[in-house]
Design a protein around this ligand. Structure first.
Ligand code: ADP
Ligand code: ADP
Length: 229
């Protein structure tokens, strides 16, 4: 089944002078791992923002996990219930512990504090950081913080994870570790994974690579053109 259906999506800035998205057509299946590539300024982040209902498109249609994102209703419910975000600027909260950071997205659920703590520790275990649960974020390395962000992105049992350059500022050893965790979680929990990257080593791990240029998809919108394996 399709979890994402986008038709003729348009978004412009500066009174229409900048056409950030210029007619995007895209369908993504539940459980797919899709990477989005393209030069700087081609519209990748704008597309990711539309998928996360962080910004509204001008026209077209966009349906994600059963939510019509143009109707402008229930968008908070959609974000809290369905999405996990891994964005570079989505930093950890510095004055609470690692495990408490991971618990933050769980407050949209009806879970007891015991259930939340158990799930958070499990997620930290999956990303290899259970022994750092009680640490404050500033005691962790960049790679460890990024892995905490991944655990946090999974906290609310999202159907979809949106990641913007998840390994952007990391060395290749750390970045490989994180990618392994991400693909493992994607496979084990059937999460739909959408990753914007300029790194072909990251892009090629995906089931499908979508190339964006000048606000349009020039390759990969129908899938399977660049399968990894
Ligand atoms: P990418 O992520 O591929 O680098 P973006 O989606 O960030 O591309 O940007 C697409 C185009 O839209 C660029 O020309 C960019 O300058 C412009 N743009 C993005 N966000 C804004 C904004 N908030 N205001 C004005 N222009 C923007
Ligand atoms: P990773 O590969 O997971 O990013 P590193 O090899 O960079 O981990 O770091 C190894 C250990 O060094 C970590 O357990 C971390 O506690 C410590 N460390 C690394 N960088 C920092 C830092 N900037 N501040 C505090 N501790 C750090």
């Amino acid at each position: 089944a399709n979890i994402i259906e986008i038709k003729n999506l348009k978004k412009s800035y500066e009174d229409g002078h900048i056409k950030a998205l210029n007619g995007i057509d895209l369908t993504i299946e539940e459980g797919e791992f899709v990477s989005i590539i393209g030069p700087s300024g081609s519209g990748k982040s704008t597309l990711l923002n539309m998928l996360g209902a962080l910004d509204l498109p001008d026209s077209g249609s966009i349906n994600v996990a059963g939510y019509d994102l143009l109707s402008n209703t229930k968008l908070n419910e959609f974000r809290g219930d369905k999405l996990g975000f891994i964005f570079q600027l989505h930093n950890l909260i510095p004055n609470i512990s690692v495990v408490e950071n991971v618990e933050i997205p769980m407050f949209t659920k009806d879970w007891s504090s015991k259930q939340m703590r158990e799930r958070a520790l499990n997620l930290l275990d999956i990303v290899g950081l259970k022994d750092k649960a009680k640490q404050m974020p500033n005691k962790l390395s960049g790679g460890e913080r990024q892995r905490v962000a991944i655990a946090r992105a999974l906290a609310n049992e999202p159907s979809i994870i949106l990641a913007d350059e998840p390994t952007g500022s990391l060395d290749s050893k750390t970045s490989n570790k994180i990618l392994k965790q991400l693909t493992k979680l994607h496979k084990e929990e059937n999460v739909t994974l959408i990753v914007v990257t300029h790194d072909m080593n990251v892009a090629k791990l995906a089931d499908r690579v979508i190339e964006v240029l000048d606000g349009k998809i020039i390759d990969g919108s129908e899938g399977s053109l660049l399968n990894s394996e």
